[in-house]
Design a protein around this ligand. Structure first.
Ligand code: G3P
Ligand code: CA
Length: 321
């Protein structure tokens, strides 16, 4: 009986080990590392998704300053354009979810970003929603926080004592013709068109082509969601990414090792979004991810064995938040 149990246990252990080795071969993580190094990108990459957006209101100054000070490699932002032509960091189509637009401009609460001037955007409170939704993480100084311009995010990234990258998404680019050239122009003006510290990203192939035209040396990540994977198939998306960019940014649900392996073998870097739990970091890292977009850059750094310079609370206090 004991001999039979130990035989079964040995077979199970062997099968698990064989599966683990197979997954690593299929995922080809060394090709992802090589592609990252060839492009001068950080490997593995800690990409602070809308800043340290678990601990501070997304895409605001404290979110980006905290991510920078914690040691994130890239600050992630979604860029849109106001009605008077200013580039701002904002994710949603409207301001409804995370500002007081319904109180300030009741008749226009559902309007699109492009319907507001910069002065109107700057009059919104982009912090109080966070305090109301997350009382455990609320801070008095979050009240009244402003939406940032692209220039302001660039300034935050540039104020670090070390090079901090920017990972810039053109959000809804079909609504903003020419925005890629404007983003590139703004970065150039600020001396931030450095391919080793900058990545462009988009769900739109056309937008990535426009980035390629405006700044060919800067890496470009083709973002992929579940619907795109269902509609086009993974291989089709890898082909498109290889044609117009240098990497893929799949949602975690489609980041299977065989998918990541195909992308790696096509010479692409794979950064998975939006991953916030340590068990997910472990699993997807094992599946070959070259880095993550995360709201929890604090936990991701810890996962990669990188010690932050200070505790998040101390950093926020140091910068008067
Ligand atoms: O940019 C990576 C990830 O942010 C894409 O999703 O909707 O958060 O911009 P989203
Ligand atoms: Ca984004």
């Amino acid at each position: 009986m004991i001999r039979r149990v130990s035989l079964i246990a040995s077979i199970v252990i062997f099968l698990i080990a064989a599966a683990a080795v197979t997954i690593r071969i299929v995922a080809a993580p060394s090709a992802g590392r090589a592609a990252s190094e060839r492009l001068g990108m950080v490997y593995p990459a800690v990409i602070a998704h809308r800043g340290a957006s678990y601990l501070a209101p997304e895409a605001t100054a404290p979110a980006y300053i905290l991510a920078r000070e914690l040691g994130a490699d890239y600050l992630e932002l979604d860029v849109q354009r106001t009605s008077d032509g200013v580039l701002i960091a904002h994710h949603d189509d409207s301001f409804e979810r995370n500002t007081d637009v319904a109180e300030r401009f009741p008749s226009r609460a559902k309007n699109r970003v492009a319907d507001f001037t910069l002065a109107e955007v700057k009059s919104l409170d982009a912090g109080s929603w966070f305090n109301a939704l997350h009382p455990d993480r609320a801070r008095r100084a979050y009240r009244g926080l402003k939406i940032l311009t692209l220039e302001e995010v660039i300034a935050i990234a540039s104020a670090a004592g070390r090079p901090v990258g920017l990972y810039i998404e053109s959000k809804g680019p079909e609504m903003y013709p020419g925005i890629e050239q404007e983003i590139v122009g703004t970065l150039a003006l600020r001396g931030r068109l450095d391919p080793r510290r900058l990545v462009f990203q988009s769900f739109s192939r056309e937008s990535l082509k426009a980035f390629a035209k405006a700044a060919p040396a800067v890496p470009r990540t083709y973002l992929v969601d579940e619907k795109m994977e269902r509609d086009s198939g993974w291989n089709g998306l890898v082909g498109a990414a290889a044609e117009i960019g240098t990497g893929m940014g799949p949602v975690g649900y489609v980041a299977y090792p065989w998918n990541l392996g195909r992308a790696h073998r096509a010479g692409l870097v794979v950064h998975v979004y939006t991953v916030n739990a340590p068990w997910q970091f472990s699993l997807l890292n094992f599946f070959g991810a070259d880095g993550f977009f995360s709201d929890r850059c604090d936990l991701l750094m810890e996962y990669y064995g990188r010690k932050p310079a200070a505790a998040p609370g101390d950093i926020l206090e140091k910068f008067n938040y």
